[in-house]
Design a protein around this ligand. Structure first.
Ligand SMILES: *Cc1c(COP(=O)(O)O)cnc(C)c1O
Length: 407
């Protein structure tokens, strides 16, 4: 016998998945509609319209790919890359390696440039590499959750256009939490995530791309025999098809267009969740939401510094929704995290690769980014650190955060 599912109520202060707005959870329990029911296709159209507002774009194509955020990354890259295409990936953390890996799996000739973890690139460095390398695609992470840094990229799209490259951005961590001006920054394709600042469960990857990206994708279009017209079957004869059916954006966009050409069965309840999640975001207002993320970040940072803890990474390039803390000398980071979870029901994150065992990461994303959560994580962390015998300032943390809140 298996017991009824009764997950605990947690305070989730990680870089995702984060707590979900109760409105989103309620939307997910709505009745299922058929995938071609006009009521459902109207919801799909509204999701597209709201995604355009979120991304600040006039792009025709703005829709979710079914799967976690990396499904959107894979869909964009595998639909654009033909074997042998030159791709530039500037890497400043773990997710830059993910972009590289996906590009390589699809046969790209990848060039990487790297900067030290905890730092970001000068845009000029990336632009010079674009000029000398002349890649077909530049793929870049906007917010590196692994290091808690944000790469400025407002100049890079323009340089890509001048040099005939397409600009692809992983904005999984930043969308809905900080500025992402797709059209203004001349980004050709962007991938967002649901389980981070949008506070919708993991399972969809909202993407948008413009006509430049679409032209590259359509040049490889193949339509499935059995649903295609005779004319469509001869499309792009002799040219290799996109190497994935599930992630073929030329087919996915037909499904999200007025044609409703059958592809997969849309993930009904997840589309409800995204619909309600986007409504929550747009009702709050993008600028207000970005300001809220910065406000709680300020209180969290004040509290951590009040405790005498050292923040990791360049201050100038800090990602507002992820705060990385150096684990004090002699303290077992995993033991602290376990005690926070068991005794306080609070989850913070560990880290990857070269940072493993060296830093904790605290997320302040979406619905989790609230005053009571910030105060709870500060008081819990202080108590647990004292219990572990860490040499921290006692009793200074919460008052420092309150100074921010009570101004
Ligand atoms: C979380 C994250 C991803 C991966 O998302 P999944 O939903 O786990 O596939 C990719 N890129 C960045 C920058 C992320 O923060």
């Amino acid at each position: 016998m298996f017991s009824e599912l009764q997950p605990s109520q947690r305070t989730i202060m990680t870089p995702g998945p984060v707590e979900t707005d109760p409105r989103v959870l309620r939307a997910m329990s709505s009745p299922i509609l058929g995938q071609f029911d006009p009521e459902f296709t109207a919801i799909m159209n509204d999701v597209m319209a709201m995604l355009r507002q979120l991304y600040r774009t006039e792009n025709r194509w703005a829709f979710p790919v079914d799967g976690t955020s990396r499904s959107g990354i894979e869909a964009v890259l595998c639909s654009m890359i033909e074997p042998g295409d030159r791709v530039l990936v500037p890497i400043y953390g773990r997710f830059g390696y993910l972009l590289t890996e996906i590009c390589e799996r699809h046969g790209a000739d990848v060039t990487t440039i790297e900067c030290e973890w905890g730092e970001v690139f000068q845009q000029e460095t990336i632009i010079q590499t674009i000029e000398s390398l002349a890649p077909k695609i530049v793929a870049l992470v906007h917010g590196e959750t692994s290091t808690g840094r944000q790469q400025p990229l407002d100049q890079i799209g323009q340089a890509c256009r001048k040099n005939g490259a397409l600009f692809v951005v992983d904005a999984v961590a930043t969308i809905g939490g900080t500025e992402m001006n797709v059209d203004e920054w001349q980004i050709d394709a962007v991938i967002g995530g649901t389980q981070k600042c949008l506070s919708v469960p993991s399972g969809l990857a909202p993407i948008t791309y413009n006509e430049r990206a679409e032209a590259v994708i359509q040049a490889r279009k193949k339509v499935e025999r059995g649903i295609a017209t005779e004319d469509e079957l001869s499309l792009n004869a002799g040219r290799p098809a996109i190497g994935s059916n599930y992630f073929d954006l030329s087919q996915l966009q037909d499904y999200w267009s007025e044609r409703r050409l059958n592809h997969h069965t849309e993930a009904t309840s997840m589309v409800y969740a995204l619909y309600e999640g986007l409504r929550v975001v747009l009702q709050e207002g993008l600028e207000e939401r970005f300001a809220r993320h910065r406000y709680h970040e300020q209180a969290l940072v004040a509290g951590l510094k009040g405790m005498g803890l050292t923040l990791y990474g360049s201050e100038e390039a800090k990602l507002p929704m992820v705060t990385c803390i150096e684990i004090p000398e002699g303290i077992d980071g995993e033991s602290v995290r376990a005690m926070l979870l068991e005794q306080f029901g609070i989850e913070i994150a560990s880290s990857f690769g070269p940072l493993k065992g060296k830093i904790w990461r605290i997320g302040t994303m979406g619905y989790s980014c609230r005053k009571e959560n910030v105060l709870a994580v500060l008081s819990g962390l202080e108590a647990v650190l004292l219990y572990h015998g860490a040499a921290i300032e006692s009793g200074r943390s919460v008052p420092e955060a309150l100074n921010v809140y009570m101004q």
